[in-house]
Design a protein around this ligand. Structure first.
Ligand SMILES: Cc1ncc(COP(=O)(O)O)c(C=O)c1O
Length: 373
């Protein structure tokens, strides 16, 4: 034990010396506001949460969860294949499939678990996965778990993807091109039409992670596999995949993070159903979050925001941390994102906008950023 602690302490010292040690802070949010947060006991307006549509505390979303927990209990009781497939799954999956124009959907425990289940179920040793350089960590973990060969193409660079397809596609029976729709740390959008065209030409399957796009950035491009999360725009928790009926049937039997994990509690699914209904009926929520982001990029002379996420680049972890601290002194919370979450030399503040931010709150952020920058 002492040796284990010594090992961990040495690793921690190493992280600390690079400004890369992370620590947990208590963040409390009251139901009455989507964007006010108590972080380490201090009150802030948060530009750090992924609740883009402000649905986390929508009365219909919270009421659905509360009533359902009271009536159906707190937990699912077992994995979905045993006795955990409660009656809230079918309507939720029907909503998700309809939203993505797919035949069917399957809900997992989280977005991370979705990628970790879907990719290794489909791909194996001898296959090849082409992934954008900036895809989320759980796609990389899933690709590595699958045993398939992982080839990264330069971020959103279709000429590079095409060159790699020409060089490597023929070597494997099955090939998958995978990308984020909206990139979580950069806020830009993948060229899905071009990706789908290349996939068609080179006989590859396509998979898109829409974790940060739901309700904000729409796409009509035909993609084989859409996945996403219920924890960001939908304001609740859980992950999902949408595709053909046959794909979903296959995943029910083969995705290990689905088969061997307990189902989501009924209350979470009921809240997600309510959230997706609001999301569908009130598209202006997404437009408002996007408009806040665009106002900030205009004011700071940055390229126009493509989503509700705006990165402000600082380069070094120290500079990003210092900027985050200065915003905190003004009552504004924006988290410094450092390697390994982002590539070395690209530490940044990641700003995330919500439909629930007021114009005055966004103005205060702009004024503070202008001073800092
Ligand atoms: C692009 C992307 N995919 C997947 C996930 C994982 O989703 P979840 O938080 O539901 O596990 C995240 C979460 O940070 C993400 O940003």
């Amino acid at each position: 034990m002492a040796q284990l602690d010594e090992h961990c302490a040495a690793e921690l010292r190493q992280l600390e010396s690079q400004n890369l040690r992370r620590s947990l802070r208590v963040s409390a949010r009251r139901a009455k506001s989507a964007v006010l947060i108590e972080h380490d006991g201090q009150k802030f307006v948060s530009f750090a949460c992924n609740d883009y549509l402000g649905l986390r505390n929508h009365p219909k979303v919270t009421a659905a969860g509360t009533l359902t927990a009271a009536k159906f209990g707190a937990g699912a009781g077992a994995s979905r294949l045993v006795t955990g497939n409660h009656p809230f799954y079918a309507p939720l999956e029907a909503q998700l499939a309809a939203m993505k124009g797919a035949d069917a959907a399957l809900v997992f425990g989280s977005g991370y678990l979705t990628n970790l289940g879907v990719i290794p179920a489909l791909m194996q040793k001898g296959d090849v996965i082409f992934a954008d350089k900036l895809v989320h960590a759980c796609i990389i973990d899933a690709a590595q778990l699958s045993g398939a060969r992982l080839i990264r193409f330069k971020h959103n660079d279709m000429a590079h993807l095409e060159a790699l397809l020409k060089e490597h596609r023929e070597e494997s029976p099955n090939a998958l091109i995978v990308t984020d729709h909206v990139f979580s740390m950069d806020g830009d959008v993948a060229p899905l039409e071009a990706i789908a065209a290349l996939a068609d030409e080179h006989d590859c399957w396509t998979m898109v992670d829409d974790a940060h796009g739901l309700g904000i950035v729409k796409s009509r491009v035909a993609i084989d596999i859409w996945m996403g999360t219920l924890s960001k725009s939908a304001g609740v928790y859980g992950g999902y995949v949408c595709g053909s009926r046959t794909l979903i049937d296959f995943l029910i039997s083969t995705a290990r993070s689905f088969v061997f994990s307990t189902g989501l509690p009924p209350a979470l699914c009921a809240s997600a159903i309510a959230a997706l209904e609001v999301l569908d009926r009130e598209p202006e929520r997404g437009e408002r979050a996007l408009e806040h982001a665009r106002r900030v990029t205009r004011a700071l002379g940055l390229p126009p925001a493509q989503s509700a996420i705006v990165p402000i680049m600082f380069g070094t972890p120290e500079a990003a941390l210092a900027a985050s601290e200065k915003l905190k002194q003004r009552g504004l919370l924006a988290i410094a994102i450092r390697p390994p979450t982002v590539p070395a030399g690209t530490a940044r503040l990641r700003l995330a906008f919500s439909a629930e931010h007021s114009d005055a709150q966004v103005n205060a952020l702009i004024a503070a950023l202008k001073k800092i920058l």
